[in-house]
Design a binder for this molecule. Structure first.
Ligand code: KPL
Length: 300
């Protein structure tokens, strides 16, 4: 039986894997939720394929013509990092004065950009998720059950959301107060796996070969210099272990950057190695390895 656990009406940007996972969970929980797309004619019915359960057709997405100005109080933006600011600029007239916005993506650098767009009563949250989701022509597939962590990152009302609001949407989710450390840990994993797999056109698992060991260690060391200077306490041995663990756990996957390069799509390199380079410049710390990876990906 459908259990209406919350009266919040959620809006989700786009029909990506994470957004569709959230829309599926909302549907199961009886929570009001709409996926927003640019053009409904270009979007097709999305099927979500959960682990061990029947595939489910998600509700038809809506466009801005279906939304009343100032009516969005709860918005999840699980878009690629470079799409977030353009989306929010267009969404601004539809956001309520007290909107709660959740960002959810790979890389770092959007929080500062989005903060500049917010009006005083809005609140910004960040959620990082490791659910094994992938998309193909038949829909969105859940390959593994991962966890998510979230925190308030900007605005004057951190209590605008609580964990009970998000459990029905993300399932295994925890509110944390050390999100910066978690985001840097994920950033370092992405700084290693994403550009290397894209440049060498290999699956994540190929990075376990000895020939990549030196590059992996150099990337981690360089990114740690920046993280540590910013007060994020992460250590080389723990990061080496974490990176190798992700390489092993996702051995059969092609990283998102590898897939983006292969399908001639924009990559998230600006918010991965590019973010490290930018922070290095601000801190006066040279980042030649990240810069080289950044330039090589940009050149592809
Ligand atoms: O986040 C990822 C990505 O591909 O973007 C990893 C963790 C590297 C898994 O492929």
């Amino acid at each position: 039986m459908i259990n209406r656990v919350t009266s919040k009406h959620w809006f989700i940007a786009g029909q990506g894997s994470i957004g569709s996972f959230v829309a599926y969970n909302a549907l199961l929980s009886g929570i009001k939720c709409d996926q927003i797309v640019r053009n409904v004619n270009h979007s097709k019915q999305t099927w979500f394929h959960p682990i061990g359960k029947q595939p489910t057709a998600l509700p038809t997405p809506i466009t801005s013509v279906d939304i009343t100005p100032n009516s969005i109080h709860y918005l999840i933006v699980p878009l690629k990092a470079y799409d977030i600011v353009p989306f929010l600029q267009q969404a601004m007239p539809y956001l309520a004065d007290d909107a709660a916005i959740i960002l959810c993506h790979n890389g770092l650098g959007t929080i500062e950009l989005v903060n500049d767009l917010l009006t005083p009563n809005m609140n910004l949250f960040f959620c990082t998720t490791s659910n094994g989701l992938y998309k193909n022509k038949d829909g969105i597939f859940q390959a593994g059950l991962g966890g998510s962590q979230w925190s308030h990152v900007a605005g004057n009302n951190p209590d605008k959301l609580n964990n009970d609001d998000l459990v029905p949407l993300f399932v295994r989710i925890t509110q944390v107060d050390n999100l910066q450390k978690i985001l840097w840990q994920k950033l370092i994993v992405n700084c290693v796996i994403n550009p290397l797999t894209a440049l060498h056109n290999v699956k994540n698992g190929a990075l376990a070969q000895l020939v990549f060991a030196e590059d992996i260690e150099s990337i981690i060391k360089e990114t740690l210099l920046i993280a540590n200077k910013l007060g994020v306490s992460l250590e080389l041995s723990a990061m080496l272990k974490a990176v190798n663990q992700v390489i092993a756990n996702t051995a059969e996957n092609y990283s998102s950057m590898n897939q983006d390069v292969k399908s001639h799509k924009q990559t998230e390199i600006d918010f991965i190695s590019g973010y490290v380079v930018k922070e290095g410049l601000k801190l006066n710390i040279p980042t030649p390895i990240s810069l080289s990876l950044y330039n090589q990906i940009k050149a592809l």
